[in-house]
Write a protein that binds this ligand. Structure first.
Ligand SMILES: [Ca+2]
Ligand SMILES: [Ca+2]
Ligand SMILES: [Ca+2]
Ligand SMILES: [Ca+2]
Length: 446
């Protein structure tokens, strides 16, 4: 061992900032699993006071090895795998390989790499400092404290191919418990887009098929029987959002599909789709009961905008050849819906009016942010590379339906609002009750 150590490039010791380079003693390294952040021998190591011991490096090696194993990284072949007290000289190689081994873990975790004193360790020139060991300890502790590998929580199971015949050009998916057995089910929607290399062009594209799979709650899925869901009609060009909600009040989820269609000029749009639960079980294709529009629907949300107990559908359109502004499908009951814009910020210059605002609102969310039972509207802006005029600005519109609506109505009449109060709208004409009508008040940038 002495001979081997002598062949190593020994480093000089800097007076006042060093520990003895010669290893003075050795104890058995603790098991990595049993170690906690503070379980270091001689902590902290004080420059000029604490001597470097074999155990300091054994501990680092053990804990680094444990971190690497949890990330599935290869074991490190340490220089001098057995560090012999009073024999093995600490060299730059011992330090450098610990840094390199840790670098691999940081890379695997996609975490910011630690900064080290003497980033480059030069043989024969860089003295070993107490700081070098302390920094390695800190780098280990950061990894041990941060989000652990997912391995302890997840187990890799063999993957079953549910339906090998299902090969749309692309797809998106949504999930809900369709059949009410308590297990999540999956709706897969087919998608297509320009892909000339594969021969998919404006002249050749076709709507892509969708599928419905029922979950068994144990990770397994089977195709929904034909009598349950009419998948033969579940064909889509470019679906963007498929929210679920009980639109017909039977306690079972219904599905709206917002699609924007062929995704290049002239952006011809796509008919949105609707599937309603029906008495006796199963769903029917109710698309024919929607407005027949080829709109560029990039988002959709379901929420009881008016607080009437009947959820409405917000359709978030952007641009498209037919220039169809966003709208709400008011739930009129009895599985009928009416197109309405009087309760949306779509007036000239308002946020959802893509014709007059340089905003691309590609996401819309309805959720109750202030706990009054009425959903707010979150309009999510998206910037676009190559379109510097399009601002990525998002806004929250507070739902002022009901008591507070009367006060805002006085100041804000039929989409014509003062610049400081972008509340809008009178109640939709279809609404007759006192609490009817929805008014949105913007708190986002205008
Ligand atoms: Ca289910
Ligand atoms: Ca339903
Ligand atoms: Ca559409
Ligand atoms: Ca609310």
């Amino acid at each position: 061992m002495r001979e081997a150590a002598a062949a190593l490039v020994a480093v000089a010791i800097a007076a006042g900032d060093h520990a003895a380079a010669q290893i003075l003693s050795r104890t058995s390294p603790p098991a990595a699993a049993a170690l906690q952040a503070a379980d270091w021998t001689d902590h902290p190591i004080r420059p000029g006071v604490t001597s470097i011991k074999a155990v300091h490096f054994d501990e680092l090696r053990a804990r680094v090895a444990g971190l690497r194993a949890r990330e599935g990284l290869a074991p490190v072949r340490w220089t001098d795998p057995v560090l012999t007290p009073r024999a093995t000289m600490i060299t730059r190689a011992h330090l450098a390989e610990l840094r390199a081994a840790l670098r691999g873990v940081y890379e695997a975790r996609e975490q910011l790499q630690p900064a080290y004193t003497d980033r480059t360790l030069t043989a024969g020139r860089t003295p070993i400092r107490a700081a070098h060991v302390m920094e390695l300890r800190e780098a280990v502790e950061i990894l041990e404290r941060s989000a652990p590998s997912l391995e302890p929580y997840y187990t890799m199971l063999p993957i079953d191919v549910i339906d090998p015949s299902y090969r749309p050009q692309g797809h998106s998916s949504a999930s809900a418990d369709l059949d009410g057995d308590g297990n999540e089910d999956i709706v897969v929607l087919g998608a297509t887009w320009p892909d000339p290399e594969r021969g998919v062009t404006a002249a050749s594209y076709r709507p892509q098929p969708g599928r419905v799979f029922l979950g068994d709650g144990d990770g397994g899925f089977r195709r929904a029987p034909a009598e349950l869901f009419p998948v033969d009609t579940l064909n889509t060009v470019h679906p963007r959002k498929a929210p679920f909600g009980d639109l017909n009040g039977d306690g079972r989820p219904d599905m709206f599909i917002a699609g924007h269609g062929w995704d290049t000029e002239p952006f011809p749009g796509e008919q949105n789709r609707l599937y309603l639960s029906q008495p006796g079980g199963g769903w029917r294709d109710a698309t024919g009961e929607l407005p027949q529009l080829s709109d560029f629907s990039h988002s959709a949300a379901i929420g009881d905008i008016r607080g009437l107990g009947t959820p409405d559908i917000l359709v978030g359109n952007i641009w498209g050849a037919n220039r169809i502004l966003p709208y709400v499908l008011l739930n009129e009951g009895a599985e009928t819906f009416s197109l309405d814009r009087s309760n949306l910020p779509v007036g000239p210059g308002e946020t959802l009016n893509f014709l007059s605002r340089g905003l691309a609102i590609t996401g819309t969310v309805l959720t109750d942010l202030d706990g009054d039972g009425l959903p707010e509207l979150i309009a999510l802006g998206e910037g676009h590379e190559g379109h510097p005029g399009i601002e990525a600005v998002s806004s929250v519109f507070w739902n002022r339906t009901g008591a507070s609506a009367s006060s805002t109505r006085r100041r804000c009449h039929r989409r014509r609002c003062s610049p400081t109060d972008t509340s809008i709208s009178t109640p939709p004409r279809s609404m007759r009750t006192e609490t009817a009508g929805s008014t949105w008040s913007s708190s986002g940038p205008s």
